[in-house]
Structure formats: C-alpha cells, structure tokens
Design a protein around this ligand. Structure first.
Ligand SMILES: Nc1nc2c(c(=O)[nH]1)N[C@@H](CN(C=O)c1ccc(C(=O)N[C@@H](CCC(=O)O)C(=O)O)cc1)CN2
Ligand code: MG
Length: 289
C-alpha cells in the first residue's frame, strides 16, 4: 500500500495565471500592445458554453483582450471560414480558437486548416502538429502542455520513464505523446484495439487516461507508485439522480496504488485554460517582437 498524493491542478493553474498576469503587464508596458484572444463558438452545447465563458473571463483577468464570436448552430461552414479569415487579418487578434466539437455539418479539419498557424493557440493546425513532431518551436495543444507541466512538477525529470497514453486523439493523445518524447520518456500510445490493455498500462511509470470512457482504467491496471494523469471529463448519473463528473480512471480504486493522481474535477481541466493564456502571450510575443 503506497500513500497516494493528490496533484492539485487547480492550485497549479491559479499560480500560473497569476504569473502570466505579471508577464502580460510587462509585455504591454514594453510594446504598447495588448494581446488579444478571439474565441469562436458555434452552437449551444452547454459544456462548450461554460468553457468559452471561463476562457473569456480568465483572458480578461490576465490583462488580455477577449473577443467572443457566438454563432448559431446552423451557421454555414463558409461563414465560419470567412470569420476565421477576418480574424487572421485582424492585427488586434494574436490568438484564434474555435471551440470543439463543432456541429456535424461543419468540417472541423477545414476550419482548423484556415487558422493562421501563427495565431493557432490551440496548436491544432497541421503546421503546428508537424512542427511539434519534428522538434521545431510550435504552439502545442493546451491540455497536453498542462499534463506535462503537472508531471514535471510532480516528478522532476521525466527522462527514461515509461509513459503509457491511453487514447489517440489529435487534441490530446498524439500531441501528448510528442511532448513526452521531448522529455525523453519511452512512450506507448494505447487505444481501444490494444491487446492486453491492462498489461500495457501496468508497465507505466506515467499512466495517462485520455479516452473519454468513464472509469475505464481500473486500480489493478496501475503499477504501484505510478503517476496517473486523468484527462477524462465524463458526466455520469450519480446514485442521487444528479450528474457528476468522473475521469477515465477509477479514482477510488487508484488510492493506495498510484504514487500520485490528478482528481476530476480540479486536475488537468484548469490547466487547459492556463496553458491557452500562456500560448496567447507566446503568439503575441512572436507577432509583435
Ligand atoms: N478548441 C478547443 N476545444 C476543446 C478543447 C480545447 O483545448 N480547445 N478542450 C476541451 C474543452 N475545454 C476547453 O476548451 C476544457 C475542458 C475542461 C476544462 C475544465 O476546467 N474542467 C474542469 C471541470 C469543469 C466542468 O465542470 O465541466 C475540471 O476538470 O476541473 C477546461 C477547458 C474540448 N474542446
Ligand atoms: Mg464534422
């Protein structure tokens, strides 16, 4: 039985946002330019609306300009593309983010491909994905960046550690694997078709759940002492009939086995927006510098 340490992403993100606020103030004083982040929301997905509201609020709190574009769910793809092109051309906008998921009639890849890679603060454009993969400076996706920051804060150097990422999405699994490679981890990406998934997970010094399946990763899949990062945010009905949030890892079962674990909520989630603010300042520095 090991004592499982809780990784407090909420507190880490708060500290990071306070530091960013000072860095933004110094940038504004030095350049006379206020970094601007434009967020595009298409449709009325309630969770997306909350994330967009929080992004706007935290952008303003950090001393940057928040520009929100809320479009109806039936907006034509061409109109979304036209808005993105206008934001690309707007010198007051240093970062552009299109909230995902988009309504089904819109080709998300076409929209992401239209964002100027220099303003792509989500790091989803193929130019940024490619730059990350070949080891060039890139705007990297926010959730994976947040995971690596929490890991380095918990473990120090990650070099030589065996990392297993469960999930192969473009927004978390694949870029996270690239970032962990940069830290000299030995990286495995596992997924729904992986043979003996529990056995693969048991090899991990660092185990990351990013599949979007509530509590799929069980306690006995975790190597004793491993550091567990739970990216899942799943809404499930509780015994009282109310919805509650759970991760991709069976949190209670991990107690006494994992060396450290992120909770859901309060783990990786808050890091996503803190890293978005950091990417926006980075993008502004590159455009203004
Ligand atoms: N364009 C993007 N779309 C989406 C991204 C993204 O990074 N870029 N990620 C997710 C949603 N997301 C930000 O957009 C996000 C998700 C969760 C949180 C967060 O703070 N979660 C809290 C719980 C909040 C809740 O009650 O739902 C936590 O984990 O503590 C922030 C941002 C998909 N779309
Ligand atoms: Mg689609």
């Amino acid at each position: 039985m090991v004592e499982t340490r809780l990784i407090d992403g909420k507190a880490f993100a708060e500290t990071m946002r306070a530091r960013l606020k000072d860095e933004v103030a110094a940038f504004v004083a030095a350049t006379g330019v206020t970094p601007g982040l434009a967020v595009v929301l298409v449709g009325e997905d309630p969770a997306s609306a909350v994330y967009v509201r929080n992004k706007g609020k935290q952008t303003a709190e950090a001393g940057m300009t928040s520009i929100e574009h809320k479009l109806p769910a039936d907006t034509a793809q061409d109109d979304v593309l036209a808005l993105v092109r206008a934001l690309n051309a707007d010198p007051a906008v240093h970062g552009i983010l299109v909230q995902l998921p988009l309504p089904a009639h819109i080709d998300a890849q076409a929209v992401l491909a239209t964002i100027d890679p220099a303003k792509d603060v989500d790091g989803f454009h193929v130019v940024n994905a490619g730059r990350l993969a070949v080891g060039l400076d890139a705007l990297a996706p926010c959730t994976p960046l947040g995971c690596v920051m929490l890991l380095k804060d918990t473990l120090g150097s990650l070099a030589g550690l065996e990392a297993v990422v469960v999930g192969r999405s473009n927004i978390v699994g694949k870029p996270l694997a690239q970032l962990l490679l940069r830290e000299d981890c030995t990286v495995t990406i596992a997924h729904s078709r992986t043979r003996d998934l529990p056995g693969v997970c048991r090899r991990a010094d660092i185990l990351i759940g990013a599949v979007g399946r509530p509590e799929m990763i069980r306690g006995d899949w975790i190597k004793p002492g491993a550091t567990v990062i739970d990216v899942g945010i799943n809404r499930v009905a509780g015994a009282d009939g109310k919805n509650r949030l759970v991760g991709d890892v069976a949190f209670n079962e991990a107690q006494g086995i994992a060396g450290a674990i992120t909770p859901v909520p309060g783990g990786v989630g808050p890091m996503t927006i803190a890293c978005l603010l950091a990417n926006t300042l980075t993008a502004a520095r590159r455009q203004v510098g």
